[in-house]
Ligand binder design. Structure first.
Ligand code: ADP
Ligand code: MG
Length: 312
């Protein structure tokens, strides 16, 4: 059985504790997981600490990947991270989840400071769904077992399902609006259904923060629209985790995303309330091309203006 933290790991991992360390022969006992969950719940329900605080973050490898990143997210906000390909979106998420250690600056997530806390424990409070997990899922695993496995920080659920877990997973399947997928193996699920099941898997661990890295990649236009509406409903439920959506499509910034962080070449181009950040001017700068933002009935779209002399 392969074991992972509750978050979906990125394919290539660098630095920090090995994600397999959570399992590999020392899988946590159910009792330990339960007591950790109880402590977490009592701590976080009343918590007013910022969800994310990043100050003067710099990540440098052969080149500078992230530079002078300041970013603060508090409860009640949901953020979209927007930027051109290669602007540093995924790297910022990897830094936040302890997979890309900072060169300088400070990262605090849910009140814990990177480097002064066991990041493996923190990862269990963050749900992360990225397309890379698709390759890691077991083709034969049912949606129900995939969701249950999120609680035990493992990919592939081999044991007998406990009644309590089955009940919790059924509740989550309803929450992700997919009760009919319960017994359907992963290999038969559509891309949109898979994304919902992965969100369900992440929710099984009751995360305070849910990060979605380009969840709409690979969805057809109708599936994308359904998925975005689902995200909106999910975010509106009382006690929903703080959501961070990574995208390079303004169409995906649905109304529940109150704030936008725009990255360009590893730096913050703009950050703050959506209406202030999402403008034709900042987007033209972000994508280094003249673009025009329009908004109709709460939804955005972007037109790329014809550019004389443009060579494709
Ligand atoms: N571990 C690494 N070592 C060196 N360069 C990296 C590393 N990770 C990412 N990069 C580079 O950092 C830049 C930002 O990448 P990424 O965060 O994946 O962008 P985005 O998700 O916005 O498309 C890219 O130029 C990428 O090649
Ligand atoms: Mg990316």
């Amino acid at each position: 059985m392969s074991v992972t933290p509750n978050i979906i790991p990125f394919p290539e991992r660098e630095g920090g504790p090995d994600w397999r360390g959570v399992g590999s022969g020392r899988q946590e006992s159910v009792a330990r997981i339960r007591s950790r969950e109880a402590v977490r719940d009592s701590r976080t329900m009343k918590s007013t600490v910022p969800v994310i605080e990043v100050a003067a973050l710099r990540v440098e490898r052969e080149d500078v990947i992230l530079e002078s990143i300041d970013w603060r997210v508090v409860r009640g906000e949901h953020w979209a991270i927007l930027g051109a390909n290669g602007s540093g979106k995924t790297s910022l998420l990897r830094a936040l989840t302890g997979y890309l250690p900072p060169t300088a600056g400070e990262i605090r997530v849910l009140g814990e400071t990177y480097g002064r806390f066991d990041w493996r424990d923190l990862r269990t409070r963050i749900g992360l769904v990225s397309s890379s997990v698709h390759q890691m899922m077991d083709d034969n695993e049912t949606a129900l077992k995939a969701v249950v496995s999120g609680r035990y920080a493992q990919i592939g659920y081999w044991g007998e399902l406990r009644d309590e877990d089955r009940r919790a997973a059924d509740a989550i399947l309803r929450r992700i609006e997919a009760p009919e997928l319960r017994q359907r193996p992963w290999r038969f699920l559509s891309q949109g259904e898979r994304q919902r099941v992965l969100i369900g898997r992440a929710l099984m661990a009751s995360p305070r923060l849910l990060i979605l890295d380009e969840p709409c990649a690979g969805l057809d236009p109708v599936a994308r629209e359904h998925f975005l509406q689902f995200i909106g409903r999910l975010a509106r439920v009382r006690g929903a985790p703080t959501m961070v959506l990574v995208t390079h499509h303004v169409e995906e910034i649905v109304p529940i995303f109150s704030h936008v962080l725009m990255l360009k070449s590893g730096r913050v181009l703009a950050a703050g309330p959506r209406a202030r950040v999402l403008t034709s001017a900042t987007l033209s700068s972000a994508f280094a091309a003249p673009v025009r933002l329009t908004r109709a009935r709460g939804r955005y779209s972007l037109a790329v203006r014809a550019h004389r002399g443009l060579v494709i």
